[in-house]
Design a protein. Structure first.
Length: 153
């Protein structure tokens, strides 16, 4: 996958960047029930905690997780998704980082193939954050990812 330069996404710009990055995202937002949809549409005036609803409802479930489950994935959409995650990962704000940890990185623990694909496709900052999470909180999972790799040509 071709890596591009990704800029840090500011909290106030998250929904705007999301809509610009994933053109089909407007349809997804229309399908989200109230009151979450209104809070996403009113971004950035909403609460920071809205990010904990936004990421799973508007991004992970409809876009990134299905792409990581299927092969071959839609490369253009997958690239857009990982660039969005990378842009968020480049923002050091603790609320954004916590939301990424719980609502993005931990979701990759669904299965070995999903986790391996996430590690393969994520940008450098998000990929490092995922590896650090695995090292600190899930060392056995991280070790299991490399088991048997030594025997492969």
């Amino acid at each position: 996958m071709e890596k591009t330069h990704v800029e840090k996404i500011e909290f106030a710009d998250i929904v705007q960047v999301y809509l610009r990055t994933l053109p089909q995202a407007a349809d997804v937002l229309r399908e989200i029930p109230e009151p979450q949809r209104s809070s996403f549409e009113a971004w950035p005036d909403g609460e920071v905690s809205d990010l904990f609803d936004f990421l799973p409802m508007a991004f992970m479930r409809p876009f990134l997780m299905p792409l990581l489950r299927e092969e071959p994935a839609d490369r253009a959409t997958l690239t857009a998704c990982v660039e969005f995650v990378e842009g968020l990962a480049r923002n050091p704000d603790s609320h954004i980082q916590n939301a990424l940890h719980f609502e993005v990185y931990e979701q990759f623990l669904e299965g070995r193939e999903v986790l391996l694909r996430a590690l393969r496709y994520l940008g450098p900052v998000a990929g490092d954050a995922l590896r650090t999470m695995l090292e600190k909180s899930y060392p056995a999972t991280l070790a299991s990812l490399t088991e048997g790799q030594e025997d492969r040509p």
